[in-house]
Design a protein around this ligand. Structure first.
Ligand code: ADP
Ligand code: MG
Length: 310
C-alpha cells in the first residue's frame, strides 16, 4: 500500500461533510469558506510516540487524542471547530493500526462536525500532527491576557483524572488520559462572560500560570475547593494534590470571570455539562499561591511538564 492508496483507504471519505469545504482532500490545497464577521482560530499540536503517549498505546486512542488536544485548544479560545489537517509520520503502513487510528480520529471528528480537509503522510518515527481550524465572532475570542484583580477563577470537570489514568496505564482503557474530552460547547458559552481562559494541558498550576503571567496579575487558589478526580482516592493526600495541580493532560478549561459576570456563566451552564467549580481569585500581586484550608501556603514539588527543561 503506497502513500496515495493509504490516504484513499483510510482518510479520504469522499464528499466533505460540510458545505463550507469547497474542495477537500485530493488537490494541492483545500479550499474553504470562512463565514463573514468571524476570525479564524488555528492551532497545531504534535504527538510523538514515547513523549506524548506511551509506546504501543492503542491506535484508536492515538487517533482520538491527536484531534482532541487540538479541539481543546479551540475550545479554550471560545471557537467553533470546523476543519482539520493531519500530518502522519509512520514507521510502517500497518493496516489494522491505520484502521483503528482512523476510527478513533473520525469518532471525535464526527461528534464535533469537523471535516478532515488534507494532510501529509511520511515514513519515520511515529508522530502525529493535527492542525485544527475553527472560528469565532470577530473580537469575541477568549484569550489568556484578560484576567483582572478580583476576577474569580473556575475550572470545568475534575482535576487529576488523566494523571491517574496514566499511572494506571495500561490497566485502564477508555480513560481520561487516552480519551480527553474537549470542552467545546463550554468554551463557546464563555464568550462575552469569561475574562480569560486556557485549557489545562500541562497541569492547573502551569496553565493558570500562563493566564496570570500574560494578564500581569497573580492568583490565590483554595486547595480545599479543587475538584479532585475520584481516581485520585487511591493515592495519599500529598500525591493526589500534586497530581491534580501539576499532572497535566486533563484538558479541562480554566477561566476567570469578573464578579458581575458569574451569574451569566451559571445561567448558560447546561445541566449535562461537567460541573464548573470556583477555585480561587485573581490578585494584583504577581504571584501564584496555593492556600490550604488551615490558611498555610503550599508549594508543589514540580510545576508541570515542559519540554527541554532541566
Ligand atoms: P502534495 O504532494 O501536493 O503535498 P500529497 O500527495 O502529500 O500532496 O497529498 C495528496 C492529497 O492528500 C492532498 O490533498 C493532501 O492534503 C491529502 N492528504 C495527504 N495525507 C493526508 C492525511 N493523512 N489525511 C488526509 N489527507 C491527506
Ligand atoms: Mg505531500
Amino acid at each position: 500500500m503506497d502513500e496515495f492508496e493509504l490516504i484513499r483507504r483510510y482518510f479520504n471519505r469522499g464528499e466533505p461533510n460540510r458545505p463550507d469545504v469547497s474542495l477537500g482532500i485530493g488537490d494541492d490545497a483545500a479550499l474553504l469558506q470562512p463565514p463573514p464577521h468571524h476570525e479564524l482560530a488555528i492551532t497545531t499540536d504534535t504527538m510523538v510516540e514515547g513523549v506524548h503517549f506511551p509506546a504501543g498505546a492503542p491506535a484508536h486512542a492515538i487517533g482520538y487524542r491527536a484531534l482532541a488536544t487540538n479541539l481543546s485548544d479551540l475550545a479554550a479560545m471560545g471557537a467553533m471547530p470546523a476543519w482539520a489537517t493531519l500530518a502522519l509520520t509512520l514507521p510502517q503502513s500497518e493496516e489494522q493500526w491505520l484502521e483503528n487510528f482512523a476510527q478513533g480520529f473520525f469518532e471525535l471528528a464526527d461528534e464535533f462536525d469537523v471535516a478532515l480537509i488534507g494532510g501529509d503522510v511520511t515514513r519515520g518515527p511515529l508522530t502525529i500532527t493535527v492542525t485544527a481550524h475553527g472560528w469565532v465572532p470577530t473580537g469575541c475570542a477568549l484569550r489568556r491576557d484578560g484576567a483582572r484583580p478580583g476576577d474569580l477563577i473556575f475550572v470545568t470537570g475534575e482535576l487529576g483524572a488523566a494523571a491517574a489514568g496514566l499511572k494506571a496505564y495500561p490497566a485502564a482503557n477508555r480513560d481520561r488520559y487516552l480519551y480527553p474530552r474537549p470542552r467545546v460547547a463550554e468554551g463557546q458559552a464563555l464568550r462575552g462572560a469569561a475574562s480569560a481562559a486556557i485549557d489545562i494541558s500541562d497541569g492547573l498550576l502551569a496553565d493558570l500560570g500562563h493566564i496570570v503571567a500574560m494578564s500581569g496579575v497573580g492568583a490565590d487558589i483554595r486547595l480545599d475547593r479543587l475538584p479532585m478526580a475520584p481516581a485520585l482516592a487511591q493515592f495519599d493526600a500529598q500525591a493526589a494534590r500534586e497530581m491534580a495541580l501539576t499532572g497535566g493532560d486533563d484538558y479541562e478549561l480554566c477561566f476567570t470571570v469578573a464578579p458581575d459576570s458569574v451569574a451569566a456563566v451559571r445561567d448558560r451552564w447546561r445541566q449535562n455539562w461537567p460541573p464548573v467549580t470556583e477555585i480561587g481569585i485573581v490578585r494584583e500581586q504577581r504571584v501564584l499561591r496555593c492556600i490550604a484550608s488551615d490558611g498555610q501556603l503550599w508549594q508543589p514539588d514540580t510545576t508541570g511538564f515542559r519540554h527541554f527543561s532541566r
